[in-house]
Write a protein that binds this ligand. Structure first.
Ligand code: HEC
Length: 187
């Protein structure tokens, strides 16, 4: 009886450490995908700003950001996107789980944690199907201020108002939490 119990416990330990290492792998793979997303986006943004100025770059953000996200999502078989509590495009709105995590990120940033280091992962069950979910905070950088800062050039403000009449994503300063990357992987 005692032996069986020990064997059972060892089994559970082996299983749970296999699960822990699977989760670690998923976190690492999520970070790689986010790096890929963020680098491609920053590259496209820089090229667009240099070739056509920031008003043109707005079009790039509008078209290219979702396209890069869709490409990486398809490549990995996951859902990957960007979201925020202060949205520019309402179609980037967080779901209930993401909203909770964004609120938790906001508190962590307010308590002094560096937004560049803030992330969160969890296994959640939807209709009995487990999903691995991961979010990584996005900090506001200098280059972001052209379109998300406190004072926008009139041409930028006009273009944004035209394309995003419900825009809430201005007024940010360098280092502020801008939003988060979000990933959902079926398990
Ligand atoms: C040239 C203007 C421009 C610059 C510069 C810019 N953005 Fe944006 N940003 C946009 C536009 C336009 C959208 C809406 C994209 C869409 O329709 O999905 C957006 C959307 C976002 C979103 C998605 C959530 C939302 O509000 O819809 C995040 C997060 C974001 N930007 C972060 C950043 C960060 C971080 C930087 C700096 C590294 C940055 N942006 C630089 C124009 C810009």
């Amino acid at each position: 009886m005692r032996v069986l119990k020990v064997v059972g416990m060892v089994g559970i330990l082996v299983l749970s450490s296999a699960f822990a290492s699977e989760i670690e792998d998923r976190v690492a793979a999520s970070r790689v995908a986010i790096k890929e997303f963020s680098m491609s986006l920053k590259g496209a943004l820089k090229t667009a700003m240099a070739s056509g100025g920031p008003a043109h770059a707005i079009e790039v953000c509008k078209e290219v950001a979702p396209a890069i996200a869709a490409g990486i999502s398809e490549d990995r078989g996951w859902d990957i996107a960007r979201t925020s509590l202060k949205l520019r495009n309402p179609s980037n709105a967080p779901d209930a789980w993401e909203r909770g995590v964004l609120e938790q990120f906001k508190q962590r940033a307010e308590r002094g944690e560096d937004p560049q280091q803030i992330d969160h992962h969890e296994v959640v069950s939807v209709n009995g199907q487990p999903y691995f979910r991961y979010m990584k905070a996005i900090a506001t950088d200098h280059v972001c201020l052209t379109c998300h800062g406190e004072e926008l050039a009139p041409a930028i403000a006009a273009k944004l108002e035209d394309l995003y009449p419900q825009d809430q994503a201005t007024g940010f300063s360098v280092g502020d939490l801008r939003g988060a990357f979000t990933i959902r992987q079926p398990m």
